[in-house]
Design a protein around this ligand. Structure first.
Ligand SMILES: Nc1ncnc2c1ncn2[C@@H]1O[C@H](COP(=O)(O)OP(=O)(O)OP(=O)(O)O)[C@@H](O)[C@H]1O
Length: 627
């Protein structure tokens, strides 16, 4: 996005944002897009009971970008009364006076005085977090996520990570950054959808936190609440060990579900079991957010803070999945957002948190595996020290990477199953009185290169009138998107093994499966009963050939870009060296420009004012920040 250039506000600048009078107290920082300030507001916010707020000022170059921001604001509005979500106060958008076609958007939200969780962790490099602190953070963040999953239809955050947790003045941990929020994304049914979902995932998620179903879309699994649960597993691991479990192994490790526990700091078996459960390969084996919360509060010996309808209402044969989902979510949201505490909630009797059989301890490992353990010594530097620290290895349950598993068959099965079709997400109807102008044009703007099915997928990011047409309209090829994901240090590169497995899953029979599987989704020519593609009636064979050719092109381009990326990653690894306390994690640069953190492109000067001086205790310790 080409950002128009603007300066920062001076202290004392007065503004009107929606129904609030605002006076700038202090410039705080700049995000990828935004300038962030603390400000005095009038009237005070009744939710936080404070007259100090955080003001986010964003200049967006066009209506399409404005729509993306609207989606973020809408998600915040839906969650505004939850204690563990950064609370929305007011917002306002107007045409920027100085820059033709661009908009200036102001979002007022609760001010999190104690900054980011990542900053807090960096103050504890020497004295790592205690288990009780970790559970406290997890309990609160999980409640924020529960508020999203309990909505009907549920919202998926898609970018849960340490950097997106802020700390309030009252020391509460709050989820923030709703710029990647979407509805449940059903499995793609044809190559266009596949390409669309792939690009959307690369653009809106962070490599180290991606779940297997995000990394390998060919698995034919939906991207849903369980993908957030996986991210919570990564977050929990990072709270414990200050690194992510797949930092070194990258995508192959994510897809094989193999990671290691470090033995420093030494956490209890229950906590490690919990990580294993959250990082189960098969999403259905991961707990839902309510089960997770139950487990955390059990470990804390604390009362369960919300009502868990999903475990009270057991699935019934007479209840469709859709009905069950709606019932539980509707009832849950009331208790979540009113912060009511209902003590006699029922645990799910069938869900056990026990050590999976395939978790191994270090003693049973061959030396080579032990030596793969990277740990942070008390000095905060990354050390390879197999002789001092034991490791545990977890092969998370993996139903999808068996040698003879056939991704295309899985895809077809997934498409056919009710579980994957019941939640074709509906747009959420919201009124947006405070965001102007409404841009209905862009959501209806046509994108001729995509089928109606892709439009349907796009609705998963649609909140009210919002859509992700932006993504499709950019029309990046898969090659472009994969290439641009090759940030140094990023592990999002598809490996030859992955490319190979995708190739293997695309023999002629597989194409037949995919076409058949997506039959309902193809409009057909009523006379000839032939499928219609791009408005032209084509034979099934023609269509098959066409899709086959496109898939081969995509795969070839993926392979080329992989090789290019491999070179740059190898170089980056050389440059970085091994001594790095907290690994830098960001989304793929060119895919979501505002996340281009590892090697940021030069920012317009107005968005890159001098950062406030760092506290001295951080100097020289925090070698990298993910934010
Ligand atoms: N409510 C808040 N209270 C205090 N600080 C905040 C608040 N919101 C954001 N910040 C600070 O501003 C930084 C940037 O905010 P945010 O992540 O929302 O901007 P962004 O433009 O969306 O950035 P990006 O998407 O690249 O992370 C945060 O890392 C945090 O330090």
């Amino acid at each position: 996005m080409n950002q128009p250039q603007i300066g920062t506000y001076n202290v004392g600048t007065q503004l009107t944002v929606g129904l609030h009078q605002v006076e700038i107290i202090k410039y705080l920082t700049s995000g990828g897009f935004a300038q962030v300030y603390s400000a005095l507001i009038s009237p005070p916010d009744p939710h936080t009971n404070s007259n100090v707020a955080c003001l986010k000022r964003v200049i967006v170059p066009d209506k399409t970008s404005l729509n993306t921001l609207r989606a973020e604001v809408d998600a915040m509005k839906l969650l505004r009364n939850n204690r563990y979500v950064v609370s929305y106060i007011d917002s306002h958008a107007a045409k920027a006076t100085l820059h033709n076609g661009s908009y200036e958007v102001f979002v007022l939200m609760e001010y999190c005085e104690r900054g980011g969780l990542i900053d807090f962790m960096n103050t504890r490099l020497q004295n790592r977090l205690h288990e009780s602190e970790i559970l406290q953070i997890m309990c609160q963040v999980t409640q924020g996520v529960a508020a999203m999953h309990a909505l009907q239809p549920p919202l998926i955050h898609r970018d849960i990570k340490i950097e997106n947790v802020l700390i309030s003045a009252k020391n509460e941990y709050k989820l923030c950054d709703f710029g990647s929020v979407c509805g449940v994304i059903r499995p793609p049914r044809n190559p266009q959808e596949l390409s669309y979902v792939e690009q959307d995932v690369l653009k809106n998620t962070t490599a180290q936190y991606r779940s297997p179903e995000m990394v390998d879309i060919f698995r034919g699994l939906p991207i849903d609440e369980k993908s957030d649960i996986w991210a919570l597993g990564i977050l929990l691991y990072k709270l414990c060990y200050y690194t992510t479990p797949f930092e070194k192994g990258g995508e192959p490790a994510i897809l094989n579900g193999q990671f290691e526990f470090l033995l420093y700091p030494d956490y209890g078996e229950q906590l490690r079991n919990l990580i294993c459960k959250l990082l189960a390969q098969n999403p259905s084996q991961r707990p839902n957010v309510f089960q997770l919360l139950k487990q955390i509060t059990n470990m804390q010996n604390a009362p369960y803070p919300i009502r868990d309808i999903q475990t009270v209402q057991r699935p019934s044969n007479h209840l469709s999945l859709m009905e069950l989902h709606q019932n539980s979510a509707t009832q849950n949201i009331q208790s979540l957002n009113s912060r009511s505490i209902i003590k006699n909630s029922m645990p799910d009797p069938n869900f056990q948190f026990s050590m999976p059989a395939n978790v191994r301890t270090a003693q049973s490992l061959p030396t080579r595996e032990k030596s793969q353990a990277f740990i942070y010594a008390a000095s905060g530097s990354l050390t390879r020290s197999p002789s001092v620290f034991e490791t545990g290895v977890c092969n998370a349950p993996n139903n999808f990477n068996q040698p003879n598993s056939n991704s295309a068959t899985k895809l077809k099965q997934a498409i056919d199953s009710e579980a994957h079709s019941f939640r074709l997400s509906d747009p959420i109807n919201l009124s947006l009185p405070n965001i102007i102008p409404q841009d209905n044009d862009s959501s209806s703007s046509s994108d001729e290169s995509y089928t109606g099915d892709v439009d349907e997928l796009k609705k998963t990011r649609s909140l009210g009138s919002y859509s992700t047409h932006e993504n499709a309209k950019r029309g990046e090829s898969v090659k472009a998107s994969l290439t641009s994901s090759s940030s140094p240090g990023s592990s999002s590169a598809p490996t030859p093994a992955i490319i190979k497995s995708k190739r293997q899953s695309l023999p002629e029979t597989a194409f037949v499966s995919i076409i058949d599987g997506g039959k309902d989704s193809l409009p057909s020519d009523s006379k000839s009963n032939r499928p219609v593609k791009d408005g032209v009636s084509v034979s099934k064979q023609d269509l098959k050939n066409s899709i086959q050719q496109r898939m081969i092109n995509l795969l070839n381009s993926s392979e080329e870009s992989f090789n290019a990326r491999k070179k740059s990653t190898a170089k980056a690894t050389e440059d970085e060296g091994p001594d790095k306390p907290i690994a830098s994690i960001s989304r793929a640069p060119a895919l979501k420009e505002k996340k281009a953190k590892p090697i940021p492109p030069p920012k317009p000067f107005h968005l890159k004012p001098k950062p406030p001086p760092k506290p001295s205790f951080l100097a020289g310790q925090r070698l990298s920040s993910e934010k």
